[in-house]
Design a protein around this ligand. Structure first.
Ligand SMILES: Nc1nc2c(ncn2[C@@H]2O[C@H](COP(=O)(O)OP(=O)(O)OP(=O)(O)O)[C@@H](O)[C@H]2O)c(=O)[nH]1
Ligand SMILES: [Mg+2]
Length: 261
């Protein structure tokens, strides 16, 4: 789904846009594939939200297909997200209905890591248009910390790149929701490195929620749990501006109630 198709979803109620921000090969597309596989098993949401619809099932299938076990063939990872000619990120849609009948639409923006790397270095970079789009539109930003990169031979460079990207993403999110998401949770990272990553995110806003996801089971934990927790948090997002304050004062001019910005 491209930017123009968004009007189709947003004609009813503006969907919650989720931007996945992180460097190349950080595990961004894998998160979406894992969400979709869990959704198919009815194991993505618990309790009061039920899958209602998606306008992009073919797109979800494309990101998840490699992660599936097939007879005689173990799962592999999704291919690298190509930056090719596209200027806007690919978008994947999911709609949920709550117990009270209300609908919540989510649109996930998945972009190639290269765009964010260019954007981190130069906000105005010509080929970072897609990253700017996500930064501008995301109601929720998932800032990805790749544990494999932060533990590997180029960990210093990975940390510096993360700090730069975090600075930009935190500044751009301006009061909108942002979470630190550690991917490849099965990989050990030095505590000092973890502390530096946390510090980069929490520099000016103190409470940034943290999640850890992995597709590899480890230490008796169900890998699905990390994805479920993250998804639950995303789904709990309310769109800014749609929650009208309840007030008994009737006949009050809206100007004085909501103001003008
Ligand atoms: N150990 C481990 N490796 C993982 C995990 N998830 C992803 N990977 C590895 O990370 C690679 C990249 O994953 P992708 O999801 O394609 O990463 P991406 O951020 O979408 O990358 P781009 O599309 O290139 O920006 C995979 O090919 C795997 O090798 C995980 O949970 N554990
Ligand atoms: Mg990708």
């Amino acid at each position: 789904m491209g930017e123009a198709d968004l009007n189709f979803v947003s004609a009813r109620i503006k969907p919650v846009t989720v931007g996945i921000v992180g460097p190349e090969s950080a595990g961004k597309t894998t998160i979406l594939g894992a969400f979709y596989l869990l959704l198919g098993r009815g194991a993505l949401t618990n309790g009061s939200s039920y899958f209602s619809r998606s306008y992009t099932l073919a797109g979800w299938e494309a990101v998840a297909t490699n992660l599936r076990w097939k007879p005689g063939q173990p799962p592999s990872f999704p291919p690298h997200t190509p930056s090719a000619a596209a200027r806007a990120p690919g978008m994947l849609h999911l709609g949920f209905r709550r117990d009270d009948g209300s609908l919540r639409d989510l649109v996930f923006a998945d972009a190639p890591g290269e765009w964010f790397q260019k954007w981190a270095i130069n906000e105005q970079a010509a080929d970072a248009e897609g990253a700017r789009w996500i930064a501008r539109h995301a109601d929720v930003t998932l800032l990805i910390a790749d544990r494999q990169a932060l533990a590997g031979p180029k960990m210093g460079a990975a940390r510096n790149d993360f700090q730069l990207l975090a600075q930009r993403a935190v500044a751009e999110s301006r009061g909108r929701r942002l979470a630190l998401v550690w991917t490849k949770g099965d990989v050990e990272v030095a505590p000092a490195m973890e502390a530096q990553i946390r510090k980069a995110v929490a520099a000016d806003s103190s409470s940034v929620p943290e999640f850890t996801v992995s597709v590899c089971p480890g230490r008796g934990v169900d890998p699905a749990e990390g994805f479920r927790e993250l998804f639950g948090w995303i789904l709990s997002t309310k769109r800014a501006g749609v929650d009208f304050p309840t007030t008994d004062v009737s006949g009050h001019d809206p100007l004085f109630r909501f103001g003008r910005r």
